[in-house]
Write a protein that binds this ligand. Sequence first.
Ligand code: PLP
Length: 390
Amino acid sequence: MIRNHHFEKVPSRYLFQEIRQKALQFQQKHPEAKLIRLGIGDTTEPIGPYIASQMELAAKNLATREGYFGYGPEQGIPELREAISKTVYNSQVSADDIFVSDGAKCDIGRLQFLFGPDAKIALQDPAYPVYLDSSLIYRGGNITFLPCTPENNFVPDITLAKGCDVLFLCMPNNPTGTVFTRTQLEQIVDYARKHHILIVFDTAYSFYVQGDYPKSIYEIDGAKEVAIEVGSFSKIAGFSGVRLGWTVVPEANRLKSDWMRINGTFFNGASILSQKGGIACLSQEGIKEVQAQVAFYLENTKMLAKAVKEHGFETYGGEHSPYLWARLKGLTSWQTFDMLLEQANIVTTPGSGFGPAGEGFIRISGFATRATVEQAIQNITKIDILTNKR
Ligand code: PLP
């Protein structure tokens, strides 16, 4: 039977399936334990009432002869693209360069077709696993890792990407929570321009950025020539199940017609209902609901950061992202994961699953209800006692 032999190089299970499996086994062994899930990083808070009401209205309209329509415009409803241009990019990106999608993950997968089979790929290490897995499934190898560790403040040495064609960057970074300063991002863009590297800039968490840090790579002069930007409504509006994202392919980097062709071939547009929800998110009323969700998860993360720091963990991130990147010196990622599961009944994500430089760390997610966070903080106290006994 035919099989893409590149699958032999891809970890057999997606990281989060493996974590789910471990948690399940633990639960079967300890049915009385109340597991606290701070692993996968999925949103928990209900979608804002205004945003939901607009999706409801859109669904009702589809049930009328006047309001019904089938396939929408392939690139997305113009009103949504205009709203993304205005609200997310301060009108610095043209609505014509924005392609609405069913989510950032799906677009990252489809982008591999844009780069083709011979592309040499560079990745931040650690990074969201989909960059690596989709690259491996598509071309089997040709991957350069750019380590991001406390020693380099989690900012990759861009010169390691020399000779590569594509560099995946995520900011704020999942999992480390790092944001680049304007100067750091200028240096990266400058290097990419000089060395003809295309940057894929994943901004799934850009609404979490606080203060004056850049929120988009297009805030940097010249970036349009070398960067594609991916965005998502999942983590800002609770749309991880609704499904809505976008990708910016600026006219200036000359890949736009190829991307249009790929979308026309592999994709038939995001759901009309999601798009109506997206328009609502970016309206005056909707944006308040979005900001409230982001603030809620950031507060969760702040509370968790305080607790884990007080109990002996070295902790990074969390200020501009819903994730904490933490370690207990001397333990591997899976040892820390097991220890937290067994002693505090908390499910986290082992950092080694995000790349070799993630070894020793775990990622703790702030995507949880407040009650869950409070329970987690209580359970973490138990670890302190046990840790002292180690
Ligand atoms: N990019 C990053 C960095 C993510 O962490 C995630 C989800 O966890 C995604 C993209 C996926 O976004 P979406 O739900 O829009 O597919």
